[in-house]
Design a protein around this ligand. Structure first.
Ligand code: PLP
Length: 223
């Protein structure tokens, strides 16, 4: 058994148990930023299909070495307008959309391909972070994504402020769930709430996450 093998099995079991307790189903996104293509390949051989990357250029370089695999690529890092074209061409999911200005750029660059699956990133409690829209801007942003013909609105993503205070994290996750449930009412295609990382994914699942983003617990610490 490789080290990946036991880490992967452990994470899948823990995620599935947490989902069972919550009465839900959850998917695991393997966050492979800074990790080499061989590490991605090893995990893919165990059955993992969805991989998350933070940096567009780094992801494209790795993707070139993995074209023989049928993987699903998610951008989870901040997006600049000059990268919209590359994201629309090279990714299946964008989890970090946070402003309206990017929507027409992405929409145009995605022409002729299957719709780009989009999550809107919400800044739920981290005043020090500039990423994510404020909750008040969410309804208008969601409507604009839903109207773009080459984008498909699938839900929300959040990175709560890193804090050892579990009650605080839980509160942030619970607030995301409220926003998510409100969003599903007006948008029938919305089915994905992306929250929870290596340290807190079980807590996130208990509060309604349907997609957890796991890096360190799968691949080991990043340099
Ligand atoms: C790096 C990263 C993760 C994974 O974090 P781990 O603590 O290593 O599991 C998840 N989501 C985002 C947005 C990240 O940047």
């Amino acid at each position: 058994m490789t080290s990946f093998d036991s880490a992967y099995t452990d994470i899948l079991h823990r995620a599935r148990d947490a989902a069972k307790r919550a009465g839900s189903v959850v998917r695991v996104l393997a966050v492979s930023k800074t990790k080499p293509p061989e590490a991605i390949r090893s995990l893919a051989e165990l059955g993992q299909r969805a991989f998350g990357e933070n940096y567009v250029q780094e992801a494209i370089v790795k993707q070139r070495e993995l074209t023989d695999l049928s993987l699903e690529w998610h951008l989870i890092g901040p997006l600049q307008s000059n990268k919209c074209r590359d994201v629309a061409q090279h990714f299946d999911w964008l989890q970090s959309l946070d402003r309206a200005k990017l929507i027409p750029l992405l929409d145009r660059a995605r022409e002729g391909k299957p719709p780009l699956e989009v999550l809107i990133q919400v800044n739920i409690d981290d005043e020090t972070s500039k990423s994510g829209c404020v909750p008040a801007d969410l309804p208008a942003l969601a409507d604009t994504v839903a109207e773009a013909s080459n984008l498909r609105l699938r839900g929300l993503m959040a990175i709560p402020e890193p804090t050892p205070d579990r009650d605080r994290r839980r509160t942030a996750f619970a607030r995301m769930r409220v926003l998510f449930e409100a969003l599903t009412k007006g948008h029938s295609e919305v089915d994905t709430l992306s929250m929870g990382m290596s340290e807190d994914f079980e807590l996130a699942i208990a509060e309604g996450a349907t997609l957890v983003r796991i890096g360190t617990a799968l691949f080991g610490a990043r340099a």
